[in-house]
Design a protein around this ligand. Structure first.
Ligand SMILES: Nc1ncnc2c1ncn2[C@@H]1O[C@H](COP(=O)(O)OP(=O)(O)O)[C@@H](O)[C@H]1O
Ligand SMILES: CC(=O)N[C@@H](CCC(=O)OP(=O)(O)O)C(=O)O
Length: 339
């Protein structure tokens, strides 16, 4: 099945489109100096809308909350693996907004596991040490120096930054990489001659995640793993997220990126494929309609679904609250791949 519909974000008023300033406003806590009403809400005489308008705005806000109830009930206690990719992590405001949504999901009883990338950040640090990044079919060509930079950036920098953002948003997180408690064991990719230290996952041992999740912390996973000899490998974050989702029996796998989802025509942002089954997506890959970084995404969704994950979606991190829209509404925002 292949359905193409206009993307909801494309039909929204311009104020709903990705806008760092608006996102910043959304994540900013209430100014402590602002006067507060009875329930601690900020009250501003000069900017108050007319009472009728304010009441109607409040009503539509609680409507949205109320509509989310069946979804919250359905997914309460369920694990959702969210892969947050580098392309959608470029702006600090966007990062804070995505992390707030993740924390909201955790507060309403879902059990999110965050697997992250950081491709653009790795590129920028490689360039600082004079190495030009190279990719083949969406995978980074990883020699020994590149491997060192990948580990420093993903495990040392990006991972800890996301843990801090979760803390700032009021939840707690534990940062890990594949090496911790042998969460992921790697072996060289079949294309090692061309790709160097790019790994594929041979084993997932999710036992370290269970007590972390049971204690209410959000695991944050960087996808560097070692083989049996301790050699480090660079694992594509989409691939790792799919394997982790399958190993922990996740309800959902969500890949957040910087396109609206799978496009029927990759040069036409309006050609979003809203829903597609495994056969359909395989056909798109065979016909060359899916390329570059979208290939590991599609492949990991297909593998996760084949191993029992119920739904896999590719969603647009540039759309404010795309994570909440995908999980807590009927409409969704991106491409849902079904088994
Ligand atoms: N059919 C397609 N639909 C959407 N994107 C596609 C398609 N084929 C290739 N792509 C490319 O895949 C990219 C997403 O992968 P990538 O840049 O690796 O994301 P991330 O860094 O979030 O993991 C898109 O920006 C787009 O250039
Ligand atoms: C083998 C391989 O390509 N590894 C990726 C790992 C990070 C990643 O996947 O980051 P994004 O999600 O931001 O693309 C890389 O080195 O860029």
């Amino acid at each position: 099945m292949l359905l193409t519909k206009p993307h909801p974000a494309l039909t929204l008023p311009s104020a709903s489109l990705p806008n760092p300033t608006l996102n910043a406003a959304r994540v900013r806590p209430l100014a402590s100096s602002a006067p507060h009403g009875r329930r601690g809400r900020r009250v501003s005489a000069s900017s108050s809308p007319a009472p009728a308008q304010a009441a109607s705005a409040a009503l539509s806000r609680v409507d949205v909350l109320s509509e989310a109830l069946p979804f919250i009930q359905r997914f309460k206690g369920k694990t959702v693996v969210v892969k947050y990719g580098g392309a959608a992590m470029k702006s600090p405001e966007l990062q804070a907004s995505v992390i707030r949504d993740l924390v909201l999901l955790s507060c309403v009883g879902l059990r999110p596991v965050l697997v992250h990338g950081g491709g653009p950040e790795i590129n920028s640090w490689l360039q600082r040490v004079g190495v030009e990044p190279q990719f083949r079919n969406g995978l980074r060509v990883t020699d020994a120096l590149t491997m060192e930079v990948v580990e420093m950036v993903l495990v040392g920098k990006v991972n800890k930054q996301l843990v801090s953002l979760i803390s700032l948003a009021g939840a707690t997180a534990v940062g890990l990489c594949g090496k911790d408690a042998r969460l992921l064991t790697a072996r060289p990719s079949p294309d090692a001659a061309a790709l160097g230290f790019v790994g594929e996952v041979t084993r997932v041992d999710p036992s370290v995640l269970r007590p972390i999740i049971a204690s209410g912390h959000i695991p944050v996973i960087a996808t560097v793993a070692a083989d049996e000899t301790g050699q480090a490998y660079n694992i594509n974050a989409d691939t790792a997220a799919g394997e982790i989702a399958a190993a922990i029996g996740a309800e959902k796998l969500l890949l957040i990126t910087d396109v609206s989802g799978i496009l029927a025509d990759r040069d036409d942002p309006g050609s979003l494929v809203k829903e597609i089954d495994i056969a359909g997506v395989r056909r798109m890959v065979a016909e060359g309609k899916v390329g570059g970084g979208m290939i590991p995404k599609v492949e990991c969704c297909v593998r996760a679904l084949a191993q029992g994950v119920h739904t896999a979606s590719i969603i647009d991190g540039r759309v404010p609250h795309s994570l909440l829209l995908e999980i807590l509404t009927d409409e969704g925002t991106g491409t849902m791949i079904t088994g």
